[in-house]
Design a protein around this ligand. Structure first.
Ligand code: NI
Length: 220
C-alpha cells in the first residue's frame, strides 16, 4: 500500500524549510548510495554535519512523527533522520531498491515529503514500480507519500526548476506490507464506525480484533 498524506507541513512551513535549505551545504548524493545505486543516483543531499541541517531535520522529523495517518500507515518503531535531497535540471535517480539495513536498522517503509511547489519544476516524479504497473507521484509542497521500502522506484529527471524533498525510512512494528494495510483498513473502518455511531458492541469487537492482530503481528 502506498498512501499520500496531505498537509504534513503547511505551505508556509514548507516554504520555511526551503528558505532554510537555501543556506546549507549540499553534497553529491552518490556518497550515501550503495554500489549499484551509485550508478544511477544523480542528486544533491544536504550535509547532515551542517548544524543548520540538524535543526530542520529535527523539526521536520517531529512533524512527520506526529502525523496520525503516517503513524497508522507505517506503524513506526524507529524513524531515520530525514535526508534533504535536491534535484536540479538534468538530475535523476534511476531505478533502485533502498538498502534493507540503514545503520543497523531494518527499513520497512520509505517516505518522501515534497517541499517544492509543484508548478515550480518539471519532471521529478517519484515512480514506484508495482505488480500492476508504475505509479508516478508528484505532490504539493508539504504533502508526503509513504510506500513499502521493498519496491523498486526511481525519481524522473528534473527538466526545469528545482525539486526539494525530505526522504526517510521507518522500521515498522509490522514488517509485512500486506499486514500493515490490513491493520490500516481495520482501524480506519473502526474509527469511522465510532464517528458515526459512537461506542457500540460492533465497535468494541472491531477494536478487539484490531488490538489482538497488532499483538499477534507486532515485533517489539
Ligand atoms: Ni530510494
Amino acid at each position: 500500500m502506498q498512501l499520500a498524506i496531505a498537509n504534513v507541513l503547511s505551505a508556509e512551513e514548507a516554504a520555511e524549510v526551503r528558505a532554510a535549505l537555501a543556506n546549507v551545504r549540499f553534497l553529491d548524493g552518490r556518497a550515501t548510495a550503495g554500489f549499484a545505486a551509485r550508478e544511477v543516483k544523480d542528486n544533491r543531499q544536504a550535509d547532515s554535519l551542517d548544524r543548520n541541517v540538524k535543526t530542520i531535520q529535527q523539526t521536520t522529523g517531529d512533524r512527520i512523527a506526529a502525523n496520525e495517518l503516517f503513524a497508522l500507515a507505517a506503524r513506526p518503531k524507529q524513524i531515520t533522520p530525514v535526508v534533504f535531497s535536491k534535484y536540479e535540471p538534468g538530475m535523476r535517480y534511476g531505478s533502485h531498491v533502498d538498502d534493507a539495513l540503514m545503520r543497523g536498522m531494518r527499513s520497512d517503509v520509505s517516505f518522501t515529503l515534497f517541499l517544492s511547489p509543484m508548478e515550480s519544476y518539471e519532471g521529478g516524479e517519484l515512480v514506484i514500480e508495482t505488480a500492476s504497473g508504475e505509479d508516478a507521484i508528484k505532490l504539493e509542497a508539504g504533502y508526503m507519500v509513504v510506500y513499502p521500502a521493498t519496491t523498486l522506484h526511481r525519481v524522473n529527471e528534473v527538466t526545469r526548476g528545482e525539486r526539494l524533498a525530505a526522504v526517510g525510512w521507518v522500521r515498522s512494528f509490522i514488517r509485512d506490507a500486506a499486514k500493515r494495510e490490513l491493520l490500516f483498513d481495520l482501524d480506519t473502518a473502526r474509527k469511522r464506525l465510532f464517528a458515526r455511531d459512537g461506542k457500540s458492541e460492533d465497535y468494541d469487537l472491531l477494536s478487539k480484533s484490531s488490538a489482538n492482530l497488532l499483538r499477534m503481528w507486532a515485533e517489539d
